[in-house]
Design a protein around this ligand. Structure first.
Ligand code: PHE
Length: 357
């Protein structure tokens, strides 16, 4: 009987395992893969030689050989895994940049800390002026239903006055139309409803916030802008109280050399109504492009509350009266800082922003 082809198997396996153990690089491992576990390996050659055995012997030898291949392949795979891990760690280590090596102090500028935008600064300054005059500060939602933005303010559907506030309508498939508010005036309605529900009249409040109109941006318009609304509901309030409030505000905020004027105007929710204008701070009243050569900048509107608005919120207009105003926060900031173009507020030009820090 010829010696079994597997007589040396244990020793051959041990040799393969120690060769595998001695591999120290992935390149070397790839070079010898075929001779260790592949077609050109000792184990593959032994596999072929089993053909000459009797069926019984062949089965037993086959199982033995298969086990040897499993052990060798497992050792090989494990070796590959370890070498791959080492290679990865090595490349991470060599990729690591030490900031101290790549930058020198004269190329690194200190990080500039951020600061509030001019609009936020302006809003806070305006609030401060009104708080000093005895107003509280409230706010309202930026998205309103048609009722709050228009109807409760005495602007029924299809009323021509809606043209002044042509805007962004949002179709949510709701029973009611939803709009991005076109002015802060709907916050008047919220405040009055709340005061009626809680029995907390009178009201002396300002409500700053963001508004939206389908406007083309120019030197004095943005389509997303900010207003500050004022609302007073008390007993015996007159147009004189409104005019005095506007004048006091103008002097407190812009300084004594800037004057205000009220021109007759029209708003459906106030009667009488007025446009509130201040001297253009760019040309000091001489006339320039920013003020369309009028010497005046319109800041907003105001007026004595229309009884129709009181009716809408359930306030008795024989007992209470009031006034409201609403004007542009961005425009106040523009006038206070003499920006010829309001679009500077949203363009994020760092040369402009850095002047504010
Ligand atoms: N809401 C008006 C506007 O945006 C301004 C306004 C407010 C007018 C309050 C009268 C009273 O044009």
């Amino acid at each position: 009987m010829s010696p079994s082809p597997l007589a040396q198997l244990d020793q051959q396996t041990a040799e393969l395992l120690s060769t595998i153990d001695a591999l120290t690089s992935l390149d070397a491992l790839r070079d010898v893969e075929a001779t260790l576990t592949g077609k050109r390996s000792v184990l593959a050659a032994l596999q072929k030689s089993l053909g000459s055995l009797e069926p019984d012997e062949r089965r037993a030898a086959g199982a033995e050989l298969q086990e040897a291949r499993r052990v060798v392949t497992a050792a090989f795979d494990e070796r590959r895994r370890l070498l791959e891990r080492d290679a990865r760690l090595e490349s991470l280590e060599s990729d690591r940049l030490d900031l101290g090596d790549v930058v020198t102090p004269d190329v690194v500028r200190p990080l500039a800390p951020g600061h509030p935008s001019l609009v936020a600064i302006t809003q806070r300054e305006l609030e401060d002026v009104f708080v000093a005059m005895g107003f509280t500060v409230a706010d309202g939602p930026e998205v309103e239903t048609d009722w709050y933005n228009f109807e409760a303010l005495n602007i029924p559907p299809a009323h021509p006055a809606r043209g002044m506030w042509d805007t962004f309508y949002v179709d949510l498939g709701e029973p009611e139309t939803v709009v991005l508010r076109t002015h802060t005036s709907p916050s008047q309605i919220h405040l009055m409803e709340e005061a009626v529900a809680k029995g907390t009249l009178p009201i002396h409040a300002v409500m700053p916030g963001r508004c939206f109109r389908r406007d083309t941006p120019d030197a004095s318009h943005l389509y997303a802008f900010h207003q500050i609304e004022g609302l007073v509901v008390d007993r015996g309030i007159t147009f004189g109280d409104l005019a005095g409030t506007i004048e006091t505000f103008t002097r407190a905020y812009f300084g004594p050399d800037i004057t205000s004027r009220l021109r007759p105007g029209y708003f459906p929710f106030t009667e009488p109504s007025a446009e509130f204008e201040v001297t253009c701070t760019i040309c000091r009243g001489e006339g320039c492009r920013t003020c369309s050569f009028t010497g005046w900048i319109e800041l907003g509107g105001c007026g004595v509350l229309d009884p129709a608005v009181f009716d809408a919120v359930g306030i008795d207009s024989t007992q209470w009266s009031g006034f409201a105003f609403g004007f542009g926060v961005d425009r106040c900031g523009q006038m206070r800082h003499q920006l010829t173009d309001m679009r500077a507020l949203t363009e994020n030009d760092t040369r402009f922003l850095e002047q504010l820090s």
